[in-house]
Design a protein around this ligand. Structure first.
Ligand code: ZN
Length: 134
């Protein structure tokens, strides 16, 4: 491979885990080398998957087993608490999606006012929330 083609990530041979959303095969990626950028972060992923299904909304899958920690145990514990909280939120979102797809739950009724919409979706008003290390 020439120098011009050098990229900071490489595709690993074989398939990754099936995409959690569409259950299609994924590609495996990893960093070509672990540099300053990765070491500056509290953690990085040694490997991750990318869903190759163009119509799927899930693009990157970053399994916990590939997470590598760079920080102190205290910081790690607090970050893990933060991530658990956010995974909880995603679980609720997925469950809601499933129910909507199954026709069990109507999300937006035409006759509902804004207040009712907020009650249905209490956690969704923070799209700009950043991880605490940024
Ligand atoms: Zn997918």
């Amino acid at each position: 491979m020439s120098h011009r083609q050098k990229k900071c990530v490489v595709i690993v041979f074989g398939d990754g885990d099936l995409c959690p959303r569409c259950h299609q095969p994924t590609r495996i990626f990893e960093h070509r080398e672990i540099g300053k950028k990765q070491r500056r972060q509290p953690f990085y992923y040694s490997r991750w998957f990318r869903c190759m299904n163009a119509s799927c909304q899930t693009t990157l899958i970053m399994p916990e087993r590939f997470r590598v920690w760079n920080c102190s145990d205290d910081k790690r514990a607090s970050l893990e608490r933060w991530m658990v909280k956010h995974n909880e939120q995603r679980k609720v979102e997925r469950e809601t999606e499933r129910k909507v797809e199954a026709g069990e739950l109507v999300l937006w009724g035409d006759t509902w006012d804004d207040e009712a919409a907020q009650v249905m979706c209490p956690e969704s008003a923070e799209p700009n929330e950043r991880p605490p290390w940024e």
